[in-house]
Design a protein around this ligand. Structure first.
Ligand SMILES: Cc1ncc(COP(=O)(O)O)c(C=O)c1O
Length: 462
């Protein structure tokens, strides 16, 4: 998507930003050539042209989503708990959104709880697992475990902060034991055998993301769930806690098909603003309260069946439902479009830079998100941040948005995944979206090339 404005004005004028956006990509790919290309060529030197390639950080809300949110704000402002028409209207919108969100992940509407976002959904699962373990131990279940044993949670060393930081907190405050399983530096994935090897008698939860936000690497959750289920089967008969499985699907939804039945998870985190929805989220819980326990983090007015009380944010929930509906309808064409654009981007980068670059998402035999290209400039040896800073058109980042205050230290995710230090220092994360075109790619490859030349010239004059 080529943006004819500065980033700030893009954000402040979403109508303009959205005018081309969010048609299904089958239409989008046909619609890219023509008028807009002409305009793009004419103004190529104009640094006001911006190409947003940071869709893993966030996505703009789809035009249909904005419409539904605005409509709900105007027409469905009633309290969904009120029995009269305005309230019923709001409740119907929420019910319909819940059905769409459930359908997107292949689950049942009653297994969806709306949250403020991914951070809350992730925290809810982790704290819930700890509290349940503690309750069960107090009630005399988990009989094989010694008194006072803490719950044990297994995760990976490349999770998003909204998983790793609550776990570090639980560990530090002596409320849980945590194993951070290292991802393989060969495959970039968490290996199932390594997770299984980490299981202890007091293990109660495994939390592994479905796709990594920096490398895009897709984790083997289905294989993991089969192994965890077979271990967990006899544990309650042995007086041990059941092992529940959570996956944070924030980065996978809207890019690849996600099906909770196939994944076999107890919990799955959903984040609206990663798939052109509003900035709220949801948690899928398989057979809530029966097969998968959930304990609230908040107490209040009983909304969301007491699992997440507080008067529902009807407009945003309605928008999330619309975004989910679009994913259900168009995911395969979104995926195909993003993949062909990302592949084209990588081909162009390879042609222009040859062996001066390294692709950090390429691991033998490992699948990664169809929209993600994590790439480092090796020669001249500069930081990813420096490379981006000389780009006139490209809007991208060097890694997770929540680590933008990390300064110039290399991404721990890349280092953990086996990316050499020099490459990790020079990495930029380019993530394409539903409307990114080949013309956009041509423009940013030239942009990256002139930015690299700037440093070459500088080095020559040293
Ligand atoms: C993998 C992953 N999980 C969770 C989140 C958290 O989502 P939010 O910041 O919207 O709560 C993000 C957002 O960047 C993410 O990439």
């Amino acid at each position: 998507m080529t943006l004819h404005s500065s980033f700030l004005s893009i954000v402040s004028s979403p109508g303009r930003f959205l005018s081309r956006a969010h048609r299904p990509p089958d239409m989008a790919s046909n619609s890219v050539p023509g008028k807009e290309n002409h305009c793009l060529k004419k103004d190529e030197s104009n640094s006001q042209h911006k190409v947003y390639l940071d869709y893993n950080a966030t996505t703009p809300p789809a035009a249909e989503v904005v419409e539904v949110v605005a409509e709900a704000m105007r027409d469905a402002w009633g309290n969904p708990s009120s029995g009269y028409a305005a309230g019923r209207n709001a409740k119907e919108l929420i019910d319909s959104a819940r059905a769409h969100v459930a359908k997107m992940v292949g689950g049942k509407p009653e297994d969806v709880v709306f949250t403020s976002g991914g951070t809350e959904a992730n925290n809810m699962v982790l704290f819930s697992a700890v509290e349940r373990f503690t309750r069960e131990s107090r009630e005399g279940q988990n009989t094989t475990l010694e008194e006072g044993v803490l719950p044990h949670i297994i995760t990976s060393n490349v999770e998003h902060d909204s998983v790793s930081l609550p776990l570090l907190h639980l560990e530090k405050s002596r409320k849980a034991e945590v194993t951070f399983v290292k991802v393989s530096t060969v495959t970039g994935r968490v290996e199932v055998d390594d997770v299984i090897a980490a299981v202890r008698p007091n293990t109660c939860l495994v939390s592994i993301m479905l796709a990594n936000n920096e490398t895009g690497v897709i984790m083997p959750i289905s294989d993991l769930s089969r192994r965890v289920a077979s271990i967990s089967q006899n544990r309650s008969a042995q007086g041990l806690p059941q092992i529940l499985l959570h996956t944070d699907a924030a980065q996978a939804l809207g890019k690849v098909e996600v099906d909770v039945q196939e994944l076999g998870v107890n919990y799955l985190t959903i984040v609206g603003h990663k798939f052109y929805g509003p900035r709220i989220g949801a948690l899928y819980i398989h057979s809530i309260g029966h097969l998968s326990p959930l304990l609230p983090m908040l107490y209040g007015g009983g909304q969301e069946r007491n699992f997440r009380p507080g008067t529902e944010n009807t407009p945003m929930i309605a928008g999330l439902g619309k975004a989910a509906e679009l994913v259900s309808l168009h995911c395969s064409s979104y995926r195909a479009h993003m993949k062909s654009t990302r592949d084209y981007l990588e081909q162009r980068l390879q042609v222009v830079f040859g062996d001066r670059i390294r692709f950090n998402s390429h691991f033998p035999g490992t699948e990664w998100l169809p929209n993600t290209c994590n790439v480092s400039l090796l020669r001249p040896s500069i930081l990813g941040r420096e490379w981006l800073s000389q780009c006139r058109h490209l809007l991208a980042s060097v890694g997770a948005a929540c680590h933008s205050d990390r300064g110039d230290s290399p991404s721990p995710v890349l280092l953990s995944s086996g990316v050499p230090l020099e490459a990790a220092r020079g990495a930029v994360r380019l993530s394409v979206g539903r409307e990114t075109s080949q013309e956009d790619v041509d423009m940013i490859v030239k942009d990256l090339e002139q930015a690299a030349k700037h440093y070459e010239v500088k080095a020559e004059h040293k």
